[in-house]
Design a protein around this ligand. Structure first.
Ligand code: FES
Length: 114
């Protein structure tokens, strides 16, 4: 992957954004300056989390929320802390940051700029 998925400055604190890469749905959230990437797949039913495009957070902006049954997840770990999949976790996506660009490490894409 020669171009970053996005640049760090493009995602403000308590914002989220969804992406499709090689048919894999993922999303990014930023909280307290730290970016986290996860697969867009709720561990409860295996479906997408968001209620509107790019909207993965609850009203407080503090927790990731599944729109279907309201499960809540910690942005820093992906752990479900409330809802039908409590104790399960979102699947994290490893990534590297180079010159402010976020490069997800997804099989078939490589791990950074070529
Ligand atoms: S599908 Fe996400 S909480 Fe049920």
């Amino acid at each position: 992957m020669n171009t970053p998925l996005f640049y760090e400055h493009e995602l403000a604190d308590r914002e989220s954004r969804g992406f499709i890469i090689n048919h894999l749905a993922i999303f990014a959230v930023r909280q307290y300056g730290v970016i986290h990437l996860y697969q867009n797949r709720c561990p409860h039913r295996g479906i997408s989390l968001e209620w509107l495009e790019h909207q993965f957070l609850d009203a407080s902006g503090e927790l990731i929320q599944c729109a279907t049954h309201g499960a809540l997840f910690l942005p820093e770990s992906g752990l479900c802390v409330s809802g039908p999949c409590r104790g399960q976790s979102l699947i994290p996506i490893a990534f590297t940051v180079i010159d402010g660009g976020v490069f997800p490490e997804i099989q078939g894409l490589g791990s950074g700029p070529a």
